[in-house]
Design a protein around this ligand. Structure first.
Ligand SMILES: Nc1ncnc2c1ncn2[C@@H]1O[C@H](COP(=O)(O)OP(=O)(O)OP(=O)(O)O)[C@@H](O)[C@H]1O
Ligand SMILES: N[C@@H](CCO)C(=O)O
Length: 315
């Protein structure tokens, strides 16, 4: 399971004495997730999720935690971080930066229908509208600099064909004027497993730890690539239109965004091909790490290149 750093109930109970949420009743490691160590925590007052951050530092974390607090305050279904008695969202546990957030209800849906895709589009527009008013900013941590660095690190592990694909795509992406697109704080990883459904309502969006400032369309592309892919990696036109129409109704997409849509879908595919290839070829030490298949996103990238301008857009 993806618990890299263990926590003992005694240590957690003591840590909780600096919070106002009661004492520890139950601590349970969460097996999903590939980035951090996560635990369900039940106290005498309620249900929370504890995250120990494995790669992000104390200095980097306030951006994410304050973004979650900002979005929750704007009525979005995002887990509000819990402040300790010193009014801090961030502490240290088992030697790692650690934070508690509210546990949200619901479960992921890995086969969403078009109606659910519309709701995801609506909700993402809300995230973007509220996110554009967020006072802090940081560049997308998986933006162009990371992309170049990671491409260099994984390149030796790729076949000649894959290297050619990677080189061509990096050159293509460098030619795109992303700065011309509307931008703001984006989630940047809103896959199906990062959204919990409570009945047919969005119970919560989780895992904001890749958030940063970037083109809003890039976020939409990350989401569509995951939510609307068919079994072959192509985009299902009905679900794609549903998601984009749900979004466009709340934040109308511009002509520049329409023109950049195929390129953003490719940028989003490249981002996850690279991160998965890095996790696969250059793994960190950990107790049992879930590594997702890099080839899935290599093939999605290939598919988006072939589809070009024929990719579905909103109604
Ligand atoms: N606030 C929350 N409320 C309810 N469940 C949560 C919450 N946060 C996390 N979870 C559960 O924990 C699991 C793992 O969390 P998450 O996806 O954030 O893992 P991660 O390792 O931090 O990130 P990644 O998705 O990058 O692997 C989720 O699939 C979900 O089941
Ligand atoms: N959503 C990511 C996992 C890391 O957040 C992926 O599917 O590769």
């Amino acid at each position: 399971m993806s618990v890299f750093t263990p926590v003992t109930p005694d240590a957690l109970d003591e840590w909780l004495s600096n919070y106002a949420i009661g004492h520890l009743i139950e601590l349970r490691g969460i097996s999903e997730g590939v980035q951090n160590s996560n635990f369900f925590v039940t106290t005498s007052l309620g249900r929370y999720v504890l995250t120990l951050f494995e790669t992000l530092s104390h200095a980097e974390l306030p951006f994410y935690l304050h973004l979650m607090a900002h979005l929750a305050r704007h009525g979005l279904p995002v887990p509000a971080p819990i402040a300790d008695l010193d009014n801090e969202y961030l502490g240290t546990l088992s030697g790692k930066p650690a934070a508690l957030v509210r546990r949200l209800s619901g479960a992921s849906d890995m086969s969403p229908n078009a109606a659910r895709c519309t709701k995801v589009g609506t909700m993402m527009a809300g995230l973007h509208l509220a996110g554009q008013r967020f006072g802090r900013r940081q560049e997308n941590p998986r933006g162009p600099e990371w992309r170049a660095r990671t491409a260099q690190a994984v390149r030796p592990y790729l076949s000649a064909d894959e290297q050619a694909l990677l080189d061509a795509e990096l050159a293509f992406q460098a030619s795109i004027d992303v700065a011309a697109l509307p931008s703001g704080a984006i989630h940047a990883d809103l896959f199906r497993d990062n959204l919990l459904w409570d009945g047919d309502e969005v119970g919560g969006v989780i895992d904001f730890y890749f958030a940063g400032n970037d083109a809003l369309l890039f976020d939409l592309a990350v989401t569509v690539n995951d939510w609307c892919a068919d079994a072959t990696g192509g985009l299902d036109p009905v679900r794609t239109r549903a998601l984009l129409t749900g979004y466009h109704t709340e934040r109308p997409l511009t002509d520049a965004e329409h023109a950049a849509w195929p390129a953003m879908l490719r940028a989003a595919a490249l981002r996850f091909w690279l991160s998965r290839a890095e996790d696969f070829h250059l793994p960190r030490d950990g107790e049992m790490v879930l590594v997702k298949d890099p080839n899935e996103y290599r093939d999605i990238l290939r598919q988006r290149i072939v589809a070009g301008d024929t990719l579905p857009w909103h109604d």
